[in-house]
Design a protein around this ligand. Structure first.
Ligand SMILES: Cc1cc2nc3c(=O)[nH]c(=O)nc-3n(C[C@H](O)[C@H](O)[C@H](O)COP(=O)(O)OP(=O)(O)OC[C@H]3O[C@@H](n4cnc5c(N)ncnc54)[C@H](O)[C@@H]3O)c2cc1C
Length: 398
């Protein structure tokens, strides 16, 4: 009989890999996780201090039950580790009352009867004067929204998994994966490992290890910026909910101040392809900063419009912007959990639980059917992505 190093190997102990290790170890499985850096690092999907948590989900009402399950699991991870990871201070969705953003959020609210408040222009301006609204703009307050602490969450999920018996191999990139009918061989620089089942949760790198199995992923760079507040008390957790605002064709999102000095703002300016995730460019060009500065100066007058900190991170995007979670089609003993397309952090403990169910029980009652790897996914549109800098460099009028 073949000797196995573990029941389950998890490749990538980042956001989803750490949660999967925790969930597998919690169920008593023997687990080995492989991480090229160390859980909690900030070089890929989980860096940058905070992540939005929302339940009135603009990406689709079908996510709401998964997000409510995630909310319960975040609280369980907090209870098991003694760390504050999720703060629910509300979330403002800002835009035209009948625009795409507020309409999508309303659909989730109505389908799942979520706690919320609609604020018209005048009430919104009076209640949240930190936002300078344009005529006609309104807000919806998602009362079950807030923010997560990503580096800490991944660190403590990995640590909790180890406390429950998992082994995490740090600073060891997996070089190759060889699935066969009895299990999967995992190759690292020092040795080979044998596991009965394998979960591939390698984020932006996922396609590199199984290029014919993982659907096409575009690796996109996302930039975050921190702007000092003129009066930090105005942007404190209890006065300034997280927000997403849609105007001029792009989304801007923000968080309350976590250091009593600066407010983090992220502008989703479209596309910014990373040709090689090993070579993520972490510098932020002044022309791109100009776009972000202008948005902050207009929309958030209580911030000095000059960032004191910038950061660049990345995530893998599928062509339909929904993740890939489940057994790899036609490949034995292999499960995929990747392609979280810029919105996977909040749901990660529930995804980890779903994957643990699938690996150990052969299926899950958690609502992840819409994320099945078997759905049609192609590279339609992904090949056309350019870097945002190329776009900014294009002369106006050309
Ligand atoms: C700037 C930014 C802001 C975001 N904002 C939000 C938000 O507000 N709310 C939200 O819900 N989501 C948000 N997201 C999305 C969310 O953070 C990601 O979807 C999620 O972190 C992806 O998790 P992952 O496990 O797939 O990838 P990662 O967390 O990147 O983990 C993958 C891991 O695999 C490891 N790895 C890769 N290859 C190998 C190998 N060969 N051997 C060993 N290890 C390997 C990597 O080192 C990494 O640790 C944001 C993403 C970014 C980048």
């Amino acid at each position: 009989m073949a000797a196995y190093d573990a029941d389950v190997g998890v490749v990538g102990v980042g956001t989803v890999g750490a949660m999967t290790c925790w969930q597998l170890a919690r169920r008593g499985a023997s687990v080995v996780g492989f991480e090229q850096f160390a859980p909690g690092h900030d070089r890929a999907g989980a860096g940058g201090e905070s992540r939005l948590f929302r339940t009135a989900y603009l990406e689709g009402a079908q996510y709401v039950p998964l997000l409510l399950a995630a909310q319960r699991l975040w609280r369980e991870l907090e209870a098991e580790t003694g760390h504050d990871l999720l703060t629910l201070n509300g979330g403002l969705m800002i835009g035209a009352p009948d625009g795409e953003l507020l309409t999508s959020v309303r659909a989730s609210i109505h389908e799942h009867d979520l706690p919320h408040r609609e604020l018209d222009h005048d009430e919104a301006s009076a209640t949240y004067p930190q936002h300078r609204l344009r005529p006609g703009e309104a807000m919806i307050l998602d009362e079950q929204a807030g923010f997560l602490r990503p580096e800490l969450a991944v660190t403590v999920a990995g640590w909790r998994a180890e406390t429950l018996g998992a082994r995490i191999v740090r600073h060891q990139p997996v070089l190759a994966l060889e699935p066969d009918t009895d299990g999967v061989t995992v190759v690292t620089a020092d040795r080979t490992w044998r596991v009965r089942e394998l979960v591939l949760a390698a984020g932006a790198w996922s396609r590199r290890l199984l290029p014919h199995v993982v659907p096409p992923l575009a690796v996109q760079r996302l930039v975050m910026t921190w702007f000092p507040a003129r009066d930090p008390a105005e942007f404190a957790v209890d006065r300034f909910p997280i927000f997403i605002r849609h105007s001029d064709g792009f989304d801007i999102s923000g968080w309350p101040t976590l250091d009593a000095t600066s407010v983090k703002v992220a502008v989703n300016y479209g596309y910014d392809q990373v040709p090689d995730p090993d070579l993520l460019d972490r510098t932020v060009d002044d022309r791109l900063l100009g776009v972000i500065r202008a948005a902050v100066a207009e929309q958030l007058p209580g911030l000095f419009p000059e960032p004191v900190r910038v950061g660049a991170y990345m995530d893998g995007y599928t062509s339909d912007h929904h993740a890939v979670v489940g057994p790899a089609p036609a490949v034995p003993h292999t499960f995929l959990a990747c392609g979280f397309s810029g919105h996977g952090f909040k749901m990660s403990p529930a995804v980890g639980a779903a994957v643990a169910d699938q690996v150990l029980e052969g299926g899950t009652t958690l609502p992840v059917a819409h994320l099945t790897p078997g759905r049609p996914l192609d590279d339609h549109g992904l090949g056309d992505l350019r870097t945002v800098m190329a776009d900014l460099a294009t002369p106006v009028g050309s």
